[in-house]
Design a protein around this ligand. Sequence first.
Ligand SMILES: C[S@@+](CC[C@H](N)C(=O)[O-])C[C@H]1O[C@@H](n2cnc3c(N)ncnc32)[C@H](O)[C@@H]1O
Length: 265
Amino acid sequence: MLTDLETKIKILKHNFRILNSDDDEVSAHIYTILSHDILFFLQTEAAKNQPIWDQESADFIELFNFLYNHKIIGLITEGEAKALYFLAQAMKNNQEPIIEIGAHLGFSTIFLAKHKLVQTIDNQFNDKLREADPLWRIFFANFYNDEFLFADIRDHETKLEICRRHWRLAGVFANIKTICGEAKEAAALMPRASMVFYDADHDYKSVHDLDAYFSKIVSHGVIAIHDFNEKTPGVIGAVYDFYLRNKVKLDGPFLIDSLIWFRVK
Ligand SMILES: C[S@@+](CC[C@H](N)C(=O)[O-])C[C@H]1O[C@@H](n2cnc3c(N)ncnc32)[C@H](O)[C@@H]1O
């Protein structure tokens, strides 16, 4: 006997398969209708798996405040930054680097790179921010309540130049390697990894492509995905499907704000 949620998921997946092939928008709409249930399900699972959250955090707070004071900003919350920082720290004794997909201005990269070597991939590294996203000023203003409208971003720099300036200031420059390219294609070039952090395209198909990266993660490593929330139903759907496909190989999910992660057994 299927539970109510399982029935809904079955319908959802059935419709999604049909619509996904040529119309991402319609399928996204279906996910929006049903994603609350999936979200609730994964959140309930996540609640059973509380991460160790009371870790000594003076170093993290110092780093976070330093970046804030220098107007180095990104698209993750303080809680998410803290989770990335401690997850990366937990991988310290592991030889394999961390792979980040989606660096933007290099903010999340800094928290990953404090204790580990990070290989980060972004398809807009060679673009200037204004060209990559003409609405960025408005976007930043909304996201950061005007306070960050004058974030330390210089229009003439490419995203990679902005990243490098940020990484030098934060003292993590030597720990970061970059690839400018498409996530899907870059996967083949990647070494084995202790952790993969995904924060690039947010549609179902792109997140689904994460499987190529998942296969790189060593035992006891971590896979973390950002924007697991109702605003990006494609992420919820793809993460949920990922979870169903790989359940036996995963511990978790764990969740803080809209960062969801699993430990690889
Ligand atoms: C949401 S931003 C990343 C924010 C960053 N993690 C932070 O918190 O500061 C997404 C980034 O992913 C990059 N991106 C989007 N689609 C991509 C793709 N298919 N391959 C590689 N990078 C991609 C974009 O250029 C953008 O810089």
